[in-house]
Design a protein. Structure first.
Length: 346
């Protein structure tokens, strides 16, 4: 007991000293940055009336150095058991999505008309004055990717990673909906392979700068007028006392720097989406996840995180690499008051 006290006391003193140092330095700096951003926003309205508001810090995290490329992308595809033309999808956007307004009377999906541009070293939103839905919703026209017609799932798996490497058109919002006709879909439901040739594949590509995954699902609910039921991600709802909140503020800088200072581990930097390898597993029953959850007495999310860690370890073993003792995994969850419209995590 005495040994544990002597071990934790220096850690607490280090955490307090580190927190005081970090907050005394960074709080004034952050305040100056806040005032400077407010000044730029006011100056932009006067000197650059063609610009909209300044990009928030949360959205700026996803801004690429090149205005025509993406730091991260969201790629989602659907198989429609019917023939769907690009004209029909364009009509759905124009009638259901574009006119929709939020509680304040502003366009809920205004970002579909906007892109970002640099001004005074900062990113600003700018509206595409020549916006045309046909530039964004169209037939699959990337002939250089070598997608034949008809096509199937194996060919699509080869094309999707290459699709993420294609730059965006200048001065246009970074999103597109691509229609692939003559898609051969094989349905393995109930162990009966049924080939359905009269199918259409819809591929949606978004710059993560515009929206997050939850906002994408909300957009699809409006566009397709469907529920799109998904498990609702949420943070721990446990309320913290004043003392616990103070403890979080004190230990936060220490916990962030601890892996780097003592174990020399930090989250590796991603070089981009090029040459990423991905695969699909078979459907995993929810009952299996619940059984694992009950057996080990953990939360539902803990099972998913453990699966991710185990998958990474298995990939390393199959590749002949040494598996590290610790693996850092970061999960992004939306704020509890997520608006549901186009935004990033809140």
């Amino acid at each position: 007991m005495i040994k544990e006290v002597f071990c934790t006391l220096p850690i607490r003193l280090c955490a307090i000293a580190l927190s005081c140092t970090v907050y005394s330095i960074f709080v004034p700096i952050l305040f100056i940055i806040f005032v400077w951003r407010w000044f730029l926003t006011a100056a932009g309205r006067i000197l650059r009336p063609d610009l909209d508001c300044i990009v928030s810090a949360r959205d700026a995290f996803f801004v690429h150095d090149d205005a025509n490329k993406s730091q991260y992308q969201i790629l989602i595809s659907f198989v429609v058991n019917n023939i769907v033309s690009e004209l029909r999808v364009q009509e759905m956007f124009q009638q259901r999505v574009f006119p929709l307004k939020d509680s304040d009377g502003a366009l809920a999906y205004k970002r579909l008309f906007q892109y970002w541009t640099r001004c005074w070293g900062y990113s600003f939103w700018k509206t595409d004055e020549d916006f045309n839905v046909r530039n964004h919703v169209r037939k699959f026209d990337y002939d250089n990717l070598g997608l034949p017609s008809p096509t199937d799932e194996s060919l699509i798996k080869r094309v999707l990673p290459k699709l993420g490497e294609i730059p965006w058109k200048p001065n246009r919002s970074h999103w597109e909906a691509l229609i692939v006709s003559s898609y051969e879909f094989v349905n393995n439901c109930e162990s009966k392979s049924v080939s359905q040739r009269n199918c259409t594949l819809l591929i949606f590509r978004f710059d993560h700068f515009l929206l997050d995954g939850l906002s994408t699902i909300s957009l699809f609910r409006v566009l397709f007028r469907s529920e799109f039921n998904i498990p609702k991600p949420r943070r721990n709802e446990r309320k913290l006392s004043i003392l616990e909140r103070a403890s979080v503020l004190i230990y936060l800088p220490y916990r962030i720097l601890e892996p780097i200072l003592f174990t020399r581990r930090c989250l590796s930097k991603r070089t981009g989406p090029d040459h990423l390898i991905y695969d699909f597993t078979e459907n995993i029953p929810v009952s299996m996840i619940k059984m694992i959850k009950a057996t080990h007495g953990v939360d539902f999310a803990a099972v998913g995180t453990s699966v991710i860690n185990a998958t990474i370890c298995r990939c390393l073993k199959l590749g002949g690499k040494n598996v590290p003792a610790f693996i850092d995994v970061m999960s992004a969850l939306p704020r509890p008051d997520h608006t549901g419209v186009m935004c990033n995590y809140g």
